[in-house]
Design a protein around this ligand. Structure first.
Ligand SMILES: Cc1cc2nc3c(=O)[nH]c(=O)nc-3n(C[C@H](O)[C@H](O)[C@H](O)COP(=O)(O)O)c2cc1C
Length: 363
């Protein structure tokens, strides 16, 4: 029966039954990973707590598909089979607690530093990210290297499947490599990977195709779409709608809508709207695809989460920092115990620092 979805309405994606509409979005735990990108005990307990706390779908933080794709010096890796046993500990712990689980697979491209990766970062073109000019210009990728990274994404997804994940989320947002290819600001290539939208989207569609080809038919392939750049002259929502349609045609099962190249130029939000500018990017994408769409961005109050679903703005809601503050957010929200939730203060501080110093909730 099709009806208005609520927070506790189950959803089936590619045959995977997810118990409710609450998603934990990927959030790197800075400084937690081992020197070679290994999972630590802290990671296992961190995700298991949110699974026990009632989250339907956990998307584990960005794991790098290649050593030179790390966005931080210590970040989870999935570039080698040695990562599989550690990742499997996370999937086992979360499955035991009834959650389904994806791994976000990503490549930072030019949005990292020499210090993080021990070499000059690579990017579609030798154009620094806006605001990061001081880091110097990245090195443009050759076509052979592009083909190599496509393959690395596919192998990473296969490892995620071997580690027991229900799927992967391909990181195509926030000014990292796939977002750099899609953005007219950072992609100044003159070959078939640059120029018009169909060329700028070529790399990401190749990544999706490769991932789909290397995993089984019941494995979810999600995509985090940077639907709008936050810099002048950047990617706009109309172009992203066309990309979303192409992603779906390539076999993407789930689209998680966020921003592209970071900056200050926030899209305008209708006056008085209770929703963040990011949440407002989800409905235009949902309007053009049939696959489920996740909305994210400053969803702290369960009432806002409920109304996003009930108003048809998105099919699922991702609760990021608020889940760092209170691992029981989902159980409490589903039970209507809203007032018992330890509220994220949106302080823009603790959780983004090494060692995780959320002033509300601690792991
Ligand atoms: C500490 C931290 C780490 C993050 N790491 C990632 C990441 O690995 N991948 C990603 O796509 N987004 C990442 N994000 C963005 C979140 O997934 C989410 O989109 C953002 O925090 C907005 O949601 P919120 O307002 O509910 O926190 C991170 C955010 C924070 C605060």
């Amino acid at each position: 029966m099709i009806g208005v979805p609520h927070l506790d309405t189950p959803i089936s994606i590619r045959g995977v039954e997810i118990r409710n509409r609450i998603v934990m979005p990927p959030m790197v735990r800075f400084g937690w990973a081992g020197p070679l990108g290994e999972v630590t005990d802290r990671h296992v307990e961190h995700y298991a707590r949110r699974a026990r706390g009632g989250v339907g779908l956990i998307i584990v933080e960005a794991a790098a598909v290649a050593p030179n794709g790390k966005l931080a010096a210590a970040q989870l890796g999935v570039w080698d089979d040695m990562h599989i046993p550690g990742l499997r500990r996370i999937t086992h712990a979360c499955h035991r607690a009834g959650a389904k689980i994806l791994l976000q697979v990503g490549h930072a491209g030019g949005n990292t530093t020499f210090d993080n990766i021990g070499e000059t970062p690579v990017a579609p073109a030798g154009v620094p990210l806006p605001g990061k000019e001081a880091l110097g210009a990245p090195r443009p990728l050759t076509q052979a290297e592009i083909r190599g990274i496509v393959r690395q994404f596919g192998l990473a997804a296969a490892r995620a499947e071997a580690a027991g994940f229900d799927g992967v989320e391909i990181h195509g947002a926030h000014g990292y490599l796939l977002s750099q290819f899609l953005s007219p600001v950072t992609n100044r290539r003159t070959d078939e990977y640059g120029g018009p939208l169909e060329n700028r989207a070529r790399f990401l569609l190749e990544v999706v195709r490769e991932v789909r080809a290397r995993v089984g038919p019941g494995f979810i392939v999600g995509y985090r779409l940077g639907a709008r750049d936050l810099v002048p002259g950047g990617l706009g929502i109309e172009e992203s709608q066309r990309v979303a349609v192409s992603l779906e045609a390539e076999g993407v099962d789930l689209i998680h809508v966020s921003h592209g190249v970071p900056g200050e130029a926030l899209p305008s939000v209708p006056p008085g709207s209770p929703y963040s500018y990011l949440v407002h990017l989800a409905p235009p994408i949902k309007a053009v695809v049939r696959v489920p769409v996740i909305a994210v961005g400053r969803i702290v109050d369960p009432g806002i989460a409920r109304s996003i679903l009930e108003n048809g703005m998105a099919d699922m809601v991702a609760i990021g920092r608020a889940l760092l503050a209170d691992p029981e957010w989902a159980n409490k929200a589903i039970a209507g115990r809203d007032r018992e939730i330890a509220r994220c203060r949106q302080c823009e501080g603790g959780c983004r620092r090494a060692r995780d110093e959320c002033p509300v909730g601690r792991d």
